[in-house]
Design a protein around this ligand. Sequence first.
Ligand SMILES: Nc1ncnc2c1ncn2[C@@H]1O[C@H](COP(=O)(O)OP(=O)(O)OP(=O)(O)O)[C@@H](O)[C@H]1O
Ligand SMILES: [Mg+2]
Length: 238
Amino acid sequence: MERIHTGIEELDSKIDGGYPLNRTMLVTGTTGSGKTIVGLHMISRGCLEGKKCMIIATEEPAEDILAQAESLGMDVRKYYENGSLIIDRVYEERTIHARNVLAYGIEEIDDLQSNLLGLLDRIPDDIDILLVDNIGVFTLNMSPNEFRAQFDSLIYGFGKKNLTSMVISDMASDDRTGGIAVYSVYGVIKTSVQDDPYTGVRQRFLEIIKIRNTRIPLDPLRFEINPNGIVFLKKEKT
Ligand SMILES: Nc1ncnc2c1ncn2[C@@H]1O[C@H](COP(=O)(O)OP(=O)(O)OP(=O)(O)O)[C@@H](O)[C@H]1O
Ligand SMILES: [Mg+2]
């Protein structure tokens, strides 16, 4: 099976060379645990290799994403400027919509909030690698059944478009939808921040929950975020 680099070298070697080509990975985890950074690594590496990349960002403006990437040594701005990286403006559209509701009292159904599948129409045909960060906003008014139906169709649509994709889902959205997103995707990564039970020190972990057709490490991987992004730490002596 062909793979694309995760952008985290040590991770590639732990999962048979990278994320499976033309499949969808789901990244889930608590707020601030590193989900977006996992995604940025994949995008930045893809750009570097001349792939056409896209980020659909529902929670933050393009400028913040570029600044975050830069703070981690990923120079994606130049790809954004030359058009080989597209950052979709769903976030801006959402905030404009919210302002219209406030100003004019429009109570129409917010298409952006109920039409997860509509994301497919926003993706140009020539995109190779896609990051959706994140799908939480689409699940606010959806039953788990409706979510499953739309999410399955979305993942199927990504495959039809020959995309290698990563979808980020926050924990609140997982709770609302009963955690069923994991069954629709090819692989699942979970990031977390936990207290060391002995020292009380906060530590970051990345766990590979599953990747079909791939050898995966079963233990959570402890990591740090430094100016080069995610770096795994040695196992502690026990
Ligand atoms: N340049 C940096 N150097 C060190 N740590 C950083 C740097 N940039 C971000 N971080 C750390 O990464 C964390 C955020 O990671 P990230 O944005 O990937 O989390 P997330 O799971 O996507 O969170 P959210 O729920 O906000 O989307 C921050 O809380 C911060 O501690
Ligand atoms: Mg994030």
